[in-house]
Design a protein around this ligand. Structure first.
Ligand SMILES: [Zn+2]
Length: 283
C-alpha cells in the first residue's frame, strides 16, 4: 500500500461524485427500509433526506444523484416535485425524475422537469414492473434525447431477476435509440460480458460501479476476475455509484472495493469524479 499513496483517503476526499444515490420523502424511505430488512438487508444509514445528504458530504462526496421511482401510477408527479424542491435546497444534487408507464401525461411531465434542469430519468423495472424497451416509455426517451439528458437504468439481472431485466431489453432499447446517453447500474451485473461488449457500440453508454466489488454476504457482488482489465480499459465510461443509503455496509466499502483492485491513480480519478464532471458538466 505504501507505494500507492493515492489509495488513501485524502486523494479523493471531497471530490467524489456518486451517481447512484436514492432519496425518497421520509415516509416512503421508512417503508422501503422495512422491506429491505425483511431480507436481512440491514440499512446502515437512516435519517431524513437532508441528514443523509449531509452525511454524504461528511463521507467525502461533493455531488450525488437523487434517484427514486414511482412504484405505482399516479404518484410520479408529486415525487418529481419533491425532488425538485430537495435539489433546490441541496445544490450538490443531480436530480433524476421518475415516470410510471401507466400514467398518461409522461411526455409532458418529462419535458417539464427536463426544462427545469433535471439531469435525467431513472427507471427501476424490478419495482416498477415493466422493461426498459416498453413502447410506452418511447416518447419520454425522445424528450430526453432532445434535451441532451441522461437515463439511468437498472436493467441487469443483479441482485435478482423478475423477467423484466436483462441485456435483451437493453439491446432492444439501444437499437431504437443508439445515441441515448445511458448509465447502466451495477456494471450490468450479472451479464457483465454482454454489457461491456455494448460499450464499443454505443459511445454514450456508461456503467456505474454500484455495489459491485463490495464485500457483503447479502448478495453476490463478485465481478469476473478475468474482466478486471476491462474496467481499466473502459475507465472513461465507468462512473462511481453506491446505492446510498440503501446499503447493508459502511459507505467506505463502496470506495474500498474499487481501491482493492489496485488501479493507477488516473483510473480512480476518472471513476470517482472526472468522468462525472465531464458527463454532467460539474466544475
Ligand atoms: Zn439503486
Amino acid at each position: 500500500m505504501e507505494s500507492k499513496p493515492y489509495l488513501k483517503k485524502p486523494y479523493w476526499d471531497g471530490k467524489i461524485i456518486d451517481i447512484h444515490c436514492h432519496f425518497f420523502p421520509h415516509p416512503l424511505f421508512k417503508a422501503i427500509w422495512n422491506y429491505f430488512e425483511k431480507f436481512d438487508w440491514n440499512i446502515v444509514y437512516k435519517g431524513t433526506p437532508e441528514q443523509l445528504s449531509n452525511e454524504l458530504e461528511k463521507l467525502g462526496v461533493k455531488c450525488h444523484s437523487l434517484l427514486n421511482y414511482a412504484h405505482k401510477p399516479g404518484i410520479a408527479k408529486d415525487m418529481n416535485q419533491w425532488t425538485e424542491e430537495f435539489a433546490k435546497k441541496n445544490q450538490s444534487t443531480l436530480p433524476f425524475f421518475t415516470i410510471h408507464p401507466e400514467d398518461q401525461d409522461n411526455k409532458l411531465m418529462a419535458r417539464e422537469f427536463l426544462e427545469k434542469g433535471f439531469t435525467g430519468l431513472k427507471l427501476q423495472p424490478l419495482v416498477q414492473n415493466f422493461h426498459v424497451a416498453d413502447e410506452r416509455v418511447t416518447p419520454v426517451y425522445e424528450e430526453i434525447i432532445k434535451h441532451g439528458a441522461w437515463t439511468l437504468l437498472h436493467t441487469g439481472t443483479a441482485p435478482y431477476s423478475n423477467g423484466l431485466v436483462g441485456v435483451q431489453y437493453f439491446r432492444k432499447l439501444m437499437k431504437r435509440f443508439p445515441d441515448l446517453k445511458v448509465i447502466v447500474a451495477h456494471m450490468g451485473g450479472y451479464e457483465f460480458h454482454e454489457f461491456f461488449e455494448l460499450l464499443e457500440k454505443y459511445p454514450n453508454m456508461r456503467l456505474d460501479t454500484t455495489m459491485i466489488f463490495t464485500d457483503t454476504d447479502v448478495f453476490d457482488t463478485s465481478f469476473p476476475k478475468e474482466m478486471i482489465d476491462l474496467v481499466e480499459k473502459y475507465s472513461d465510461k465507468v462512473l462511481f455509484g453506491s446505492d446510498f443509503p440503501n446499503i447493508p455496509y459502511e459507505y467506505e466499502e463502496s470506495i474500498n472495493g474499487l481501491l482493492r483492485l489496485q488501479f493507477e491513480q488516473k483510473v480512480y480519478e476518472k471513476i470517482f469524479y472526472k468522468n462525472a464532471e465531464r458527463d454532467f458538466n460539474i466544475d
